[in-house]
Design a protein around this ligand. Structure first.
Ligand SMILES: Nc1ncnc2c1ncn2[C@@H]1O[C@H](COP(=O)(O)OP(=O)(O)OP(=O)(O)O)[C@@H](O)[C@H]1O
Length: 259
C-alpha cells in the first residue's frame, strides 16, 4: 500500500516583496527518502518550516498525514522529527539533561527517555560525554545530539537539514545506514543538503528547487536519463544554469591578491 504522507499543492510564499516559493507542488509517499536540494536561498528551509508549522503565512495547501496543517490542530507535530540547519540548544545542560527533557516533551517517561538517549549516544560513539555539558561538545558531538533528539520519540516523518554537518566519515556511514533502516521500516525522510554525493546515494527520489519552482523531481537515474551530465553535482549545475565556477574562482583569487 502506498500512503501519501505529505501533499503540497501550489505552495506560494513571499517575504515582503520577494517571492520565495512560486507554485511548488509534490506528493511524498511513506518510506521515501527525498533529497531536497537547490541553490542557497532557493527556499528549501522555508518549505520545511511551512511543513513544520513554524511559518504559517503562505498560500496553497499543505497536507501531512492526511491533515490540512492550516486547520489549527497541531497533533501531527507529535509524529515529526526535525534536525534544523542551525539549532539552538541549551548549552548549560548536559546531554543527559537535554535529551531526557526533549524525550519528556514528546511524552516519553523519564526512564525510557534516559535509556534510549544513553544507548543511542553510546552507539553513535559519544556515550562518554552523556553527562557532560553541551557547551563542552565538539561540533560533531553536538550534531549527533541533535540527530538523537529528533529520533527519541520514534517519529514517522523526519526533516533533516544538513544533518551530517561536522560528522566524521565513519559517523556519516552510520548515519546513512540509520536513514536506510528507518526508511525500510516505513519512515519518511526529507533530506536537505548541499553534499551532492551523499544525496545521490541515499535518496530514493530527488526534488530540485530553483527560483521558487521545482526544476526536477525523480530518482537519480531518472534525472540522469533526462540530462546530459552524469553526477548529481553536474546535473545540479546544469539545471541551475551554472557554468562560471572557473571564471568566478579566478576573479575571486585575483581580488584577494590586490593590495
Ligand atoms: N524570515 C525571513 N525574512 C525575510 N526573508 C527570508 C526569511 N527567511 C528566509 N528568507 C529569504 O527566503 C529565501 C529562501 O530562504 P531559505 O532559507 O528557505 O533558503 P534555502 O534554500 O534553505 O537556502 P540555503 O541552501 O542557503 O540554506 C532567501 O532569499 C531568504 O533570504
Amino acid at each position: 500500500m502506498t500512503e501519501e504522507i505529505v501533499t503540497i499543492n501550489n505552495l506560494q510564499k513571499r517575504y515582503g516583496g520577494k517571492t520565495v516559493l512560486n507554485g511548488v507542488s509534490f506528493t511524498v509517499k511513506r518510506g521515501e527518502i527525498i533529497g531536497y536540494i537547490g541553490p542557497n536561498g532557493a527556499g528549501k528551509s522555508t518549505t520545511v518550516k511551512i511543513m513544520l508549522g513554524i511559518e504559517d503565512d503562505f498560500s496553497g495547501e499543505v497536507t501531512i498525514f492526511g491533515q490540512d496543517i492550516s486547520d489549527g490542530d497541531m497533533e501531527y507535530k507529535r509524529k515529526i522529527g526535525y534536525v534544523p540547519e542551525i539549532a539552538e540548544v541549551y548549552d548549560n545542560l548536559t546531554g543527559h539533561e537535554y535529551l531526557t527533557f526533549i524525550g519528556e516533551l514528546y511524552g516519553l517517561d523519564f526512564e525510557l527517555a534516559d535509556y534510549k538517549a544513553k544507548s543511542l549516544m553510546e552507539l553513535f560513539g559519544v556515550g562518554e560525554v552523556y553527562y557532560s555539558r553541551i557547551a563542552s561538545y565538539s561540533k560533531g558531538m553536538r550534531q549527533k545530539l541533535l540527530i538523537i533528539s529528533s529520533l527519541l520519540h520514534n517519529p514517522e516523518l523526519l526533516f533533516f537539514d544538513e544533518p551530517i554537518n561536522g560528522l566524521d566519515a565513519n559517523s556519516v556511514m552510520i548515519f546513512k545506514e540509520i536513514m536506510t533502516q528507518l526508511a525500510a521500516q516505513g519512515k519518511t525522510i526529507f533530506y536537505s543538503s548541499h553534499i551532492m554525493d551523499v544525496v545521490e546515494k541515499i535518496s530514493s527520489r530527488i526534488i530540485l528547487l530553483h527560483e521558487g519552482k521545482i526544476a526536477a523531481d525523480g530518482t537519480f537515474n531518472q534525472l540522469k536519463a533526462q540530462n546530459t551530465e552524469g553526477s548529481l553535482e553536474q546535473i545540479f549545475n546544469q539545471l541551475t544554469g551554472f557554468s562560471e565556477h572557473k571564471e568566478l574562482g579566478a576573479r575571486f583569487v585575483s581580488i584577494v591578491g590586490e593590495m
